[in-house]
Design a protein around this ligand. Structure first.
Ligand code: PCA
Length: 202
C-alpha cells in the first residue's frame, strides 16, 4: 500500500513546522507493506494545493494523510471535516490574504474525513499519546489542503482513505514564542505516525 504523507513549510511566527519535520524524517517504508511517498507543501494559497494535486496525480497513492501545525492545540487533532471556506486570519507565505471565499466555487459545503478516525484515536490513546477528534481544521491553508484533497479524490472517483491531522507545536519552536504554548515532543509525534499508518490496514 502506497501512502502519501504531506507536511507544511513553516509559516507565520514559527520558524519550523513539526509537520515538515515529521514527514521529512519518516522512513520510506513501514511494516505491513506500507510504502511512503512524501510531499512538503508551501503555505501559499495557489502553490500549496498545486503541490498536493501534483503529488496525488504523479503517485496515485492508496491512502493519504496530510499533516499540519495547529499552534495552541495541546493534543493531536484528528480532523473530521473540511469546509468549503477560505478565511485567512494571517497572510500566507506569499503575502496573500483571503476572506469569505470558497475553496472550490462549485464544490459542496464540506467533506468528511475518509480516515478511520475512531480507530486512529483509540490507537493513539491506548499508546498513551494524547489525541482528540476535532470538528474544525480552521479556514486557513490546512483546511484548504484538506478540502482540496477530498474534492480532488471525489472528482476522480478515488475511494481511498484520506484526511487531515493537526499537530501541536513542538518544544523547539515554543521556546521562541513570547507566550506560553502547549507542546508535544517530536519523539512522541514520531511514535504516533506508525500507529496512524497501521490503522489503514496495509
Ligand atoms: N498549519 C496551518 C497552515 C500550515 C500549517 O502547518 C493551518 O493550520 O492552517
Amino acid at each position: 500500500m502506497k501512502v502519501l504523507i504531506t507536511g507544511f513549510e513553516p509559516f507565520g511566527e514559527s520558524s519550523l513546522n513539526p509537520s515538515q519535520i515529521l514527514v521529512e524524517g519518516a522512513p520510506a517504508a513501514f511494516p505491513n507493506g506500507i510504502e511512503i511517498i512524501k510531499a512538503i507543501l508551501p503555505v501559499e494559497r495557489a502553490a500549496g494545493p498545486e503541490a498536493l494535486i501534483d503529488a496525488l496525480l504523479r503517485h496515485q497513492p492508496d491512502a493519504a494523510i496530510c499533516f499540519g501545525l495547529a499552534v495552541g492545540r495541546p493534543v493531536i487533532s484528528l480532523e473530521r471535516v473540511a469546509v468549503n471556506l477560505l478565511d485567512y486570519r494571517i497572510a500566507d507565505n506569499a503575502g496573500e490574504t483571503v476572506q469569505d471565499q470558497p475553496v472550490a466555487a462549485e464544490g459542496p459545503p464540506a467533506y468528511f474525513s475518509r480516515l478511520p478516525l475512531t480507530a486512529m484515536l483509540a490507537a493513539l490513546q491506548s499508546n498513551s499519546i494524547p489525541a482528540e477528534l476535532s470538528l474544525t481544521a480552521g479556514a486557513y491553508l490546512c483546511n484548504q489542503i484538506f478540502y482540496t484533497l477530498m474534492h480532488h479524490l471525489a472528482a476522480h472517483q478515488r475511494d481511498i482513505p484520506a484526511g487531515f491531522v493537526h499537530l501541536p507545536a513542538c518544544p523547539e519552536q515554543a521556546a521562541h514564542f513570547n507566550k506560553p504554548l502547549p507542546t508535544m515532543s517530536l519523539d512522541l509525534l514520531e511514535k504516533a505516525l506508525p500507529l496512524l499508518l497501521e490503522t489503514l490496514g496495509g
